[in-house]
Design a protein around this ligand. Structure first.
Ligand code: ZN
Length: 91
């Protein structure tokens, strides 16, 4: 069944069956937007983990907290480059 539907992000009209639900919201995205969305999601996911482990003084980070902080900073930079709002996403 054909059902042209606009992507919630770029407004490109595609078949409904080609849309995927965003990892963050209920927005339905085209394949391209979904790819960026997923990339952003995995970066946020990793950054959240590191952030939490740093705050909890996780055992595996002992001795290399500086390295983890650096990694977190890199992730935040990438998230911003993808148009994500770090303060908003990492809460
Ligand atoms: Zn799109």
């Amino acid at each position: 069944m054909e059902m042209p539907t606009p992507c919630c992000n770029c407004k490109d009209v595609v078949e409904l069956s080609d849309l995927r639900e965003s990892n963050f919201t209920k927005d339905m995205l085209c394949i391209d937007c979904y790819k960026s969305d997923s990339e952003l999601f995995s970066l946020v996911d990793e950054a959240r983990d590191i952030n939490r482990d740093l705050e909890n003084y996780a055992e595996h980070m002992k001795g290399d907290r500086r390295g983890w902080k650096k990694r977190l900073k890199e992730l935040k930079k990438k998230i911003e480059d993808l148009g994500g709002d770090v303060d908003d996403l990492l809460l």
